[in-house]
Design a binder for this molecule. Structure first.
Ligand code: PGA
Ligand code: ZN
Length: 430
């Protein structure tokens, strides 16, 4: 049985050029695993804590030396000698060593990098693929990609108020064909924007960030790009949005500011707007349509359009089992976004997925806007039969790292590869 022998943490840069933690774990059998922590920009209030140095003279306060010192001084001495194969025991040790509710003492960034690096090292030690190691059965499905091709909100200044406009190529037989359509549509959108003298530079998640007159213009442009690429909207390719509503919510007036459109909407106005979009566009998924503390409004949204549209909680649930369970009890949504660094360990991430699946909720495995070259979430999506993955546009290396890993896994599985496709959206397809 391979045991943890040595742990080497370091600072690397994420896709925004900010520092983040990377960790190597070496095992007694000579194998090793390397993993890193991503970082969000539109973070939920209930997320596990990302420990930063806050020293203004060092990486603008974003340094991770404290988190690295925690690994060297506390985490490594406790984990060295533990069986790499006992992921749950390792994660439980990390949780109890930290001792806080939100991992604020040792930092969720250091804890996550350790947890994931151990899984990677263990897979190598067992001479198996990461997705096979994480999975507990032999049924693997490839997730439908949700490709964020227009970036707004906090990920691209001067673009749309809505943070993400995604295409969802579900109506294909293979992951590869779905991704191919995504790439073709992305490039048609680029041409369309150029023709209309709109900006084609990209935002944090690789999607275009044009200055548009309205959110509806983004929906129209995407519809046109799908058609120009000769795909059928509403049959092969669908649309999803992430409103990241907490970012545009004013908690004094209890209203939502759509600054680019010069509009202020109440939650009721907003729900009516979503209703209209679901009717008029092949829109089958809305993430964070309501801000993170308005549980009653989430319930209203779900009761009004939850039958016709996937409603994904990101900031609302923060991959936190307690919040997901509350959402299930209060009928707040019908799907959950899964971001491992929101909760901090692999074991807790798998538990969050299990809880959502037990009530047939949708599960979307997600990257962060600040990413690394890691493709861990691709394996996680296959291992858990999550059905959906969101990793940004089909552009920029840190985004394509995840999609390319899914191409490899699909090829490795050969005949056994099943693409989740439209089956997971059956309820929502008109
Ligand atoms: P973040 O955004 O990674 O910047 O928090 C992603 C999202 O809201 O889904
Ligand atoms: Zn989100």
């Amino acid at each position: 049985m391979a045991k943890i022998q040595q742990i080497n943490p370091r600072t690397i840069l994420d896709s925004r050029g900010n520092p983040t933690i990377e960790v190597d774990i070496f095992l007694t059998d000579g194998e090793s695993g390397t993993a890193s922590a991503p970082s969000g920009a539109s973070t939920g209030k209930s997320e596990a804590h990302e420990l930063r140095d806050l020293d203004k003279n060092h990486f603008h306060g974003k340094g991770v030396n404290k988190a690295i010192a925690n690994i060297q001084n506390e985490i490594a001495p406790s984990l060295i000698g533990m069986n790499a194969d006992d992921q749950q025991a390792i994660d439980e040790c990390l949780i109890s060593l930290d001792g806080t509710q939100n991992k604020s003492r040792l930092g969720a960034n250091s804890i996550l990098a350790i947890s994931l690096a151990n899984a990677i090292a263990n897979a190598k030690s067992k001479k198996t693929s990461l997705f096979k190691l994480i999975s507990h059965n032999e049924n693997y499905s490839l997730p439908v990609p949700m490709l964020n091709i227009i970036n707004g909100g906090k990920h691209a200044k001067n673009s749309t108020d809505i943070q993400e406009f995604m295409i969802i190529p579900a109506g294909f037989d293979t992951f590869f064909d779905a991704l191919k359509s995504g790439s073709e549509i992305f490039h048609h959108l680029s041409k369309l924007l150029s023709e209309q003298k709109l900006n084609t530079s990209v935002g944090d998640e690789g999607g275009f960030a044009p200055s548009l007159s309205s959110n509806e213009q983004a929906l129209e442009l995407i519809l046109q790009a799908i058609e120009l690429a000769s795909y059928q909207p509403g049959q092969q390719v669908f649309i999803g949005i992430d409103s990241a509503a907490s970012e545009i919510y004013d908690n004094q007036s209890f209203k939502y500011n759509f600054d680019n459109e010069n509009k202020i909407l109440s939650s009721e106005n907003l729900i009516q707007l979503y209703k209209k979009w679901v009717q008029n566009y092949p829109l089958i998924s809305i993430e964070d349509g309501i801000e993170e503390d308005s549980w009653d409004d989430w319930n209203k949204l779900n009761s009004q359009i939850g039958e016709n549209c996937q409603l994904v909680g990101d900031d609302l649930f923060t991959t936190n089992p307690n919040r997901i369970e509350r959402g299930i009890r209060e009928k707040s949504a019908n799907s959950v976004l899964i971001k491992p660094n929101q909760i901090g360990t692999l074991t807790e991430t798998l538990n969050a997925i299990k809880i959502a699946k037990s009530v047939n909720w949708g599960t979307v495995i997600s990257h962060r806007s600040g990413e690394t070259e890691s493709s861990f979430i691709a394996d996680l999506a296959v291992a858990t039969n999550a059905g959906q993955i969101k990793s940004g546009a089909p552009s920029r290396g840190e985004r394509t790292a995840k999609y390319n890993q899914l191409i490899r896994i699909e090829q490795q599985l050969g005949q056994k590869a099943i693409f989740s496709g439209t089956t997971i959206f059956e309820k929502f397809i008109k």
